[in-house]
Structure formats: C-alpha cells, structure tokens
Design a protein around this ligand. Structure first.
Ligand SMILES: Nc1nc2c(ncn2[C@@H]2O[C@H](COP(=O)(O)OP(=O)(O)OP(=O)(O)O)[C@@H](O)[C@H]2O)c(=O)[nH]1
Ligand SMILES: [Mg+2]
Ligand SMILES: [Zn+2]
Length: 289
C-alpha cells in the first residue's frame, strides 16, 4: 500500500493510507535501522495487523527541508510546496535564526514566506519595519495575529502543502489551530524568565486543510538552525543579494570576505545589503572552510 507520513515519533511513524488519506491512519515502523523518514514522505508500506504496518520504501522526494550539525541531520518536512517561517516580536526576535531558515529553504529549493505573527502586540510594529528589506529580497511578508486575523495567511495556504517553521513560542501551533480547527494542537505559554518558548511541540505533524486541498505541517520550534550540509557554492546561491551580484566582483572566485573590488562588500558599505545578513553569510562561510 502507498501512503503519506503524517507524523514522526522517533522510530514510529503515522502513515495516512491511500490518496488524500481515505484509508485511515496506520502506525508504522521501518524494517531494520533505516531511519531517515520525514513528515510528508510518500512511502510504500505493508500492513502487519489491524492499524499497524511496516514501511518498505520511501518514494523519491521532490524536496527535503532539514537541519544538520556535525553528528546528524534533523528532517523537518519533505515534499512541500512552500515554507512559512513564523516570526514574532515576543519572545525576542533573533534575526540569525530567520536568515538560517531562509538559507535552508533556498538550498532545498523551497519557496519561503515570512509570517510576522502576534500583530496584536504593540512591539510588532517596529519589527515589521525591520523586516521590510526582506520584501525587496523577494520574500513575501505577511502580518497576522493568531488571536485575531489570519485571513491573509489562509489565502496563501489554500491548495498548497506548507511547513510552519520558526523559534519556539512564535505561535506556530496557535496558527495551526486557527487554520485547521480540529487539529487540537497543544500550545504553550512563553517563559518570561527566559524570554523564550517552552518547546511545546515535540514532533512534526501534517494536517489536511479543512477545504480538502492542501496541508499544513506543524514543527517543533528550534533555537538554532544548523547548516552543516552547506557547501560554498550553495551558500553563495542562497543569498539573493549575493546571487544577483554574481560576476560583478573584481575576482571571479571572490568569496566576498575582504577582497578588493568586491561588489557585495561595496553594497554593504552603502547599506544596500543588510549588515546583519552579510554577517551571517560570513559566519556560515567560516563554518565551511
Ligand atoms: N498575543 C498573541 N499571542 C499569541 C499569538 N499567537 C500565539 N500566541 C501565544 O504565544 C504562545 C506560544 O504559542 P504556540 O502556538 O505554542 O507557539 P509555537 O510556535 O507552537 O511553539 P513551539 O511548539 O514551542 O515551537 C502561546 O501563549 C500563544 O497563546 C498572537 O497572534 N498574539
Ligand atoms: Mg507548537
Ligand atoms: Zn565579492
């Protein structure tokens, strides 16, 4: 039988059997130590008993969003149409995490949009201004409030499979519950002492949108987004403002570090490239060499 992985719990996977999940949920394991199954994967599985089965193979993926450190990879979602990176002014916004999420999407060839949640909070306005340059980079920026108005986001999601990613506490699961009312996802308070979320969601989970077309994948919030899987060429291609200046530096193999005649460094000097983004680029480059 064929199905879609809708939840990953360690070595157990919930698989929705049949097209659009009309055959119900089957709890599966993998044969041997295969691992590497992501939420959104299309799999072939064999039924072993009522409601249980074994995953036999994973179909070729259209794309895969994941993070990685020296030791391992953490798969976030496979076969998505887009990623919605959720940010908020509370808990404190960390731009480097946003940039790393965007880089991961670029490398995986997944279109990304930025969703500024908690528009009902007064702190949001300043952050919205700070994020405006991202629109010029080509990333759509939507302002929503999971407590008040999510229409702009609902419109963007219709008919697509979208993964929600971002820091803990930004409101991913709250947004999911608004958009998929019977999802009943657990949401958590924010730790005021730590100015951070409490890592309420522990597993990625896919939900069908109520309209029937499209799905939403909720994922656990992260503090860091490891990108050990980057190589130099894909790093340079992952920054639109660097990509668009390709061939404009004096040296054809310029890495935009401190080379003379570097078009990227020039642009940063005049403010047309964000210093914060260039800094993260340099950090990632240093991690590759
Ligand atoms: N004021 C305000 N609070 C919100 C909004 N959306 C979510 N929250 C609150 O933010 C807190 C965290 O929400 P969650 O949905 O659990 O956040 P999450 O991103 O799923 O967090 P993790 O599962 O830990 O990654 C909860 O107290 C929510 O009520 C919003 O639009 N406005
Ligand atoms: Mg959550
Ligand atoms: Zn350069």
């Amino acid at each position: 039988m064929r199905g879609t992985v809708v939840a990953v719990h360690g070595h157990h996977f919930l698989v929705e059997g049949g097209e659009g999940g009309h055959c119900g949920i089957v709890e599966c394991v993998t044969r041997g130590k295969k691992g590497g199954v992501a939420c959104g994967d299309n799999v072939k599985f064999a039924s072993t008993s009522a409601g249980r089965g074994v995953i036999e193979s994973i179909a070729a993926r259209r794309n895969l969003l994941y993070r990685s450190d020296e030791f391992r990879s953490k798969l976030l979602a496979a076969n998505v149409d887009q990623a919605a990176i959720i940010v908020a002014a509370v808990p404190a916004f960390h731009e480097e995490l946003l940039i790393r999420c965007l880089v991961a999407c670029e490398v995986a060839d997944i279109p990304a949009l930025i969703v500024l949640n908690k528009a009902d909070l007064p702190e949001t306005e300043a952050l919205a201004r700070g994020l405006a340059p991202y629109i010029d980079l080509g990333y759509p920026l939507l302002q929503v409030s999971a407590r008040e108005e999510v229409a702009a986001l609902a419109q963007r999601l219709a008919g697509h499979t979208t993964v929600l990613v971002g820091a803990s506490g930004v409101g991913k699961s709250t947004l999911l519950n608004r958009l998929v009312p019977d999802a009943n996802a657990t949401t958590g308070e924010i730790s005021l002492a730590l100015d951070a979320g409490k890592h309420t969601t522990t597993h990625a989970r896919l939900f069908r949108l109520p309209s029937g077309a499209g799905a939403l994948i909720d994922s656990p919030g992260m503090q860091e987004f490891g990108l050990k899987h980057l190589d130099q060429a894909s790093l340079m291609a992952a920054f639109p403002e660097i990509r668009s200046r390709h061939g404009q530096c004096r040296f054809y193999n310029c890495r935009h570090l401190k080379e003379p005649g570097c078009a990227v460094l020039e642009a940063a000097k005049t403010g047309s490239i964000l210093a914060s983004r260039l800094k993260v680029y340099h950090g990632l480059l240093a991690g590759i060499r």
